[in-house]
Design a binder for this molecule. Structure first.
Ligand code: NAD
Ligand code: MG
Length: 384
């Protein structure tokens, strides 16, 4: 029996992870489950999986969580310190699936255990970059990528050596607006943005997928996960989302990982690593029914996000953290109907222009940059 903690248990990735655990109840002991403020949903999961501890990030949720767990042996806690303490509890595997830079401290606490961390929380890696990869190396942690593209690349890299890689190609669906004109993009609404054609995901990543910031963040994520160098990373739009990414080696062989658009596939590959497990998919990959796989180059005129992310990765230092923070603020404002869709990338670019890249050397540095960039983004919004 292995033990697992799920950070962000009430989210989309959390639900997919627990769905796989539910079908293999005898194989797993659940340590910590966490959420932001939804005490009722978290308590229901903690009861179902007989967790050791349930933690809400929002301290105000504590009374409701305590009440919902009354009569059980499950510990209830809330607040940022409790979240980090729960992430640091011994577990064979920690699923890091909080959304945003808010997941950074608990993810780092999980990494410091020196066991295995399945990383979905891409914003944490983008913001902390070398601070996180250095902690992984220092503690001898196994970091398994959950993001479907990075999970695909990770699998394709089993087929050769990193020094022999010619290209790592991240595929992108292009999002719900991939065929929209710039004029149409100005009018895009939150409801339209969160309706992804291929994947069902949380609101933030759905908007990121529509702006292509998701691919931009993934570009920086890939740079940190796979040491092939920025010049060997590229992005291609593949609307069917069947090929999840590819690795080309110097002999001209390209390895790709294919599968249905269901996050339970990459999650299962992390849960069973280095083995394989059954997944309860609605349908298997049927290429004859799909018929055609198509590809096109990204259009950075309509979707500047991948250009901004590449520039941020090249600049290095604190710049990716600034990009992430400004994007988080802009996405929240867009979801709140406070700014238009195309203003998201414009705002990120304006905030980025104000920064020079001193490299953050600690978690505190990363949080300081993150907080400052958020203030800048807020200020820009109030000016507009
Ligand atoms: P989601 O919004 O569905 O869930 C987010 C989870 O984080 C919830 O449990 C929520 O309670 C918790 N949370 C939110 N704010 C928090 C805070 N301030 N402090 C602590 N906890 C907080 O998001 P999701 O779609 O599951 O995505 C989670 C992460 O996985 C993101 O980083 C996303 O980019 C990444 N990811 C998601 C998918 C997908 O298909 N959903 C695919 C690849 C990567
Ligand atoms: Mg992805």
């Amino acid at each position: 029996m292995r033990s697992i903690s799920v950070l962000g248990a009430t989210g989309s990735i959390g639900a997919s992870t627990l769905d796989l655990i539910r079908r293999n109840r005898g194989a797993w002991r659940v340590v910590a489950l966490t959420a932001n403020g939804n005490a009722a949903a978290l308590a229901a999961l903690a009861r179902e999986f007989d967790a050791e501890i349930a933690v809400c990030a929002d301290p105000a949720a504590l009374p409701a969580l305590r009440e919902a767990l009354a009569g059980t042996a499950i510990e209830a806690a809330a607040g940022p310190e409790a979240l980090v303490e729960a992430a640091a509890r011994p577990a064979d595997l920690v699923m890091a699936a909080i959304v945003g830079c808010a997941g950074l401290a608990p993810t780092m606490a999980a990494i410091e255990q020196g066991k295995t961390v399945a990383l979905a929380n891409k914003e944490a890696l983008v913001s902390a970059g070398e601070v996180m990869t250095a902690a992984v190396a220092r503690h001898g942690t196994t970091l398994l990528p959950v993001d479907s593209e990075h999970n695909a690349i990770f699998q394709c890299l089993q087929g050769g050596r990193v020094e022999e890689v010619r290209w790592v190609t991240l595929t992108a669906s292009g999002g719900p607006f991939r065929d929209w004109t710039l004029e149409q993009l100005h009018t895009a609404t939150p409801a339209q943005a969160i309706k992804h054609p291929n994947w069902s995901m949380g609101a933030k990543i759905s908007v990121d997928s529509a702006t292509m910031f998701n691919k931009g963040l993934e570009f920086i994520e890939a740079y940190h996960l796979f040491p092939v160098g920025l010049e060997r990373l590229r992005i291609i739009v593949h609307p069917q989302s069947i090929i999840h990414s590819m690795v080309e080696y110097r002999d001209g062989s390209t390895l790709a990982q294919l599968g249905p658009s269901d996050m339970r596939v990459p999650i299962a590959s992390c849960l069973a690593y280095p083995g394989r497990m059954e997944t309860p998919l609605a349908s298997q990959l049927d290429l004859a029914a799909i018929g055609e796989l198509t590809f096109r180059a990204p259009d950075e005129e309509r979707f500047p996000a991948t250009r901004l992310a590449r520039q941020a990765a090249q600049a290095g230092g604190c710049i990716p953290a600034v990009l992430n923070a400004a994007n988080e603020v802009a996405v929240a404002a867009f979801l709140d109907n406070r700014i238009g869709f195309t203003r998201i990338a414009a705002m990120v670019e304006e905030v980025l222009a104000r920064y020079a890249p001193p490299p953050p050397t600690s978690l505190e540095d990363v949080y300081a940059v993150d907080a400052q960039a958020r203030l800048h983004a807020q200020a820009l919004m109030e000016m507009a």
